[in-house]
Design a protein around this ligand. Structure first.
Ligand SMILES: *Cc1c(COP(=O)(O)O)cnc(C)c1O
Length: 437
């Protein structure tokens, strides 16, 4: 078995060396839809949703809920899939709210995050009947209270607490440490202070607490510690203020396999173990079981995604290095440029050939930093017209895509049960100038 086959079970190779994704030949898909192209395995997304919702139900009964952190991959079809799978959603902007509303998503099941909601954002969310606000800081809390009063609303809120947990993930995606830009810190007393403030305001309804400690996490201890910190905080608040939280949202962050070195996580088992910690602690602290929420993004959609590119220039600099340039790049996947994130790249039409060349897979943008992958192993026969596939690209790629160099964003094609359909059309050149006066 080769490395790429072990990353996710929706990858196979035909006898003639063509990579298949969700049972379909990538060479045919590339021909039919063009490249660069995002492919999403809908059946895989649904399977991931069910792993979470089944485990949450088994562990917490009616008190367990899964939210999809929709920033991972946001377009209308994703919201309708989440609605069909009975998964709640996180939204972080008016744009995500609008997309969900237009997809017909039931907004009472949406939680509005972000560390800096503007007054307009708050009004828009109230107008659209977003179910909960997850409030980052005191300034935001008072703004929500003030605007809710103006429009005679009383939104439900959770407070985002920073539990002070260092997750040893990359700095750019760590969020749980005291000096994070997100949330109100336990250690500094700001968490208690914002809780007291929330309890004193009359146009909001405090429902509980939230934390999100980081992303691409493989160590379940981190979740145990987060649950421990948060439940002790909840008990402390009960003792001092007589307020008992009804909801505890432990955030997202479970890791996925970008390379063969990343371990596979048994999500169901992890959730059960976190559940045991929570059951034991609630008993110890004499707390009623709160509603427990998890809000995965990446682990619901990352390995349901694959990006297809066509090779252009192959440049060999003797004694130095090789470059394989593709027809996409940081515009469709800025993850390497942004945080040196590693993906696996394969020559999708030469899967049976030996990988005897090392090359950087680079994009077409006018930036030296426009790199998709460094030191990628590929067959030395790779040439113009070949197909390169980026694996595990379902999360934080399309949603982070840009039009830098006026490059149109690729289409998102969904694969389901042997069928395909376009979920997001490829941008046209005219789309690129539609806002230009
Ligand atoms: C990004 C984010 C998530 C999802 O993180 P993943 O690593 O994709 O699971 C969940 N909650 C919050 C608040 C986030 O910012």
């Amino acid at each position: 078995m080769k490395n790429y086959e072990m990353i996710c079970d929706n990858l196979q190779v035909t006898k003639d060396g063509i990579l298949c994704f969700a049972g379909q030949r990538t060479d045919i898909l590339a021909k039919q839809y063009g490249t660069p192209l995002y492919l999403m395995d809908e059946d895989r997304i649904r399977r991931c949703c069910r792993i979470y919702s089944t485990a949450m139900k088994q562990t917490f009964g009616d008190k367990g809920r899964t939210l999809y952190a929709s920033k991972a991959a946001c377009f209308k079809r994703m919201y309708s899939i989440m609605q069909e799978e009975d998964i709640f959603i996180d939204v972080v902007s008016c744009g995500e709210i609008h997309t969900a509303v237009r997809a017909g998503y039931k907004m009472q099941n949406a939680y509005f995050h972000s560390n800096n909601k503007t007054d307009d954002d708050i009004r828009f969310a109230l107008q659209n009947k977003v179910g909960h606000f997850v409030v980052d800081n005191e300034e935001e809390l008072t703004a929500i209270d003030r605007i809710a009063k103006e429009v005679s609303a009383k939104p439900k809120i959770l407070l985002r607490i920073t539990p002070g947990i260092d997750t040893h993930t990359y700095e750019a995606i760590a969020t749980g440490q005291v000096d994070s830009k997100f949330g109100s810190a336990l250690e500094t007393g700001q968490a208690e202070h914002i809780t007291a403030l929330a309890l004193s305001l009359s146009h909001i309804s405090l429902c509980g607490f939230h934390c999100h400690i980081g992303s691409q996490l493989f160590d379940s201890n981190v979740f145990f510690r987060a649950a421990d910190c948060m439940l002790r905080f909840i008990a402390d608040i009960r003792d001092r203020y007589g307020y008992v939280a009804e909801q505890l949202d432990l955030g997202g962050g479970y890791g996925v396999r970008y390379t063969n070195e990343d371990p596979a996580i048994d999500l169901a088992d992890n959730i059960r173990q976190v559940g045991q910690v929570i059951h034991r602690l609630t008993k110890e602290l004499s707390l009623p079981m709160p509603m427990i929420l998890l809000e995965p993004g990446r682990s619901l959609v990352a390995d349901a995604g694959l990006t297809l590119y066509t090779v252009g220039t192959v440049k060999r600099i003797p004694g130095y290095k090789n470059y394989v340039s593709v027809d996409g790049g940081m515009t469709d996947n800025p993850r390497f440029a942004l945080y040196r994130a590693v993906h696996t790249f394969v020559a999708a039409n030469r899967m049976n050939e030996e990988c005897n060349m090392t090359a950087d897979v680079v994009g077409r943008c006018c930036e030296s930093g426009d790199i998709l992958g460094q030191k990628v192993s590929l067959p030395e026969t790779v040439c113009r017209g070949d197909l390169i596939a980026g694996l595990t690209t379902g999360a934080y790629t399309y949603s982070m895509a840009s039009n830098y160099n006026r490059i149109p964003r690729p289409a998102v094609v969904m694969l389901s049960g042997g069928q395909t359909y376009v979920a997001v059309r490829r941008e046209s050149l005219d789309d690129l100038i539609r806002l230009d006066e």
